[in-house]
Design a protein around this ligand. Structure first.
Ligand SMILES: *Cc1c(COP(=O)(O)O)cnc(C)c1O
Length: 216
């Protein structure tokens, strides 16, 4: 099925509950153009080199989202144009984002990535560390925390995925009450965005369901 058809199907499922981030990592300029020509303006990438190259080659009204693990020494390459960084999970990274945002004379919107799955390899802040982490971000005026991101366990066990999304939604709801900037809950990917939407997601990150299977 075409990229355009897939986007239409997903947008119909979402209705107006959530923003769709088309995850275009590993996809060609042509594939992204096809999505763009069907009206998709928000794209997510997980590698700095790739996002910088695609940003330079594609239309300037595209909103670029950094959704993957971000190395400190690469923040400088995206600070000028990045729309939202979903993966803030340590102070050293927050400090670096703040520094480069200042240099660019802007504020950079960010999400705190929480580790909600029990899998070993996933990045993200431990839930027990969340409050302290959030408090220490108050020192960084040019880093604007507007919500949370999480990735559920990669499993067929929908009940487990449901529990993990419920956990992050609870924390998100608490934060909305105390911090008026909080407005984004970024949960849900190709295989679990239906469960994420049931749990109050308002931003889903979908790759393979739009562009087809990736080769890794
Ligand atoms: C790759 C990726 C996605 C999209 O995954 P799909 O299963 O292809 O939809 C979403 N979020 C993050 C952080 C990713 O790295």
């Amino acid at each position: 099925m075409s990229i355009k058809k897939q986007i239409t199907i997903i947008k119909n499922e979402i209705k107006d509950r959530a923003n769709l981030i088309a995850v275009s990592k590993t996809r060609s300029i042509q594939e992204i153009e096809e999505a763009y020509n069907s009206g998709q303006l928000k794209f997510g990438e997980n590698r700095v080199q790739e996002i910088v190259e695609k940003h330079s080659k594609l239309p300037k009204d595209i909103e670029w989202h950094m959704i993957g693990h971000l190395q400190k020494n690469k923040v400088k390459y995206i600070a000028k144009f990045i729309a939202l960084i979903h993966s803030v999970d340590r102070i050293s990274l927050a400090k670096e984002i703040d520094k480069h945002a200042k240099k660019e004379n802007r504020k950079i919107d960010c999400l705190i990535q929480l580790k909600i799955s029990r899998e070993e390899s996933k990045f993200g802040l431990q839930i027990n560390d969340f409050k302290n982490f959030y408090e220490s971000l108050k020192n960084y005026d040019n880093l604007n925390i507007i919500g949370l991101m999480g990735m559920a366990t990669f499993t067929n066990d929908n009940e487990l995925v449901n529990e993990e999304f419920k956990m992050i939604k609870t924390i998100y709801d608490d934060m909305v009450l105390i911090d008026s900037r909080f407005k984004v809950l970024s949960i849900g990917m190709s295989d679990d965005y239906d469960i994420a939407l049931e749990n109050g997601s308002n931003m889903i990150r979908v790759g393979s369901k739009i562009f087809g299977k990736r080769n890794y």
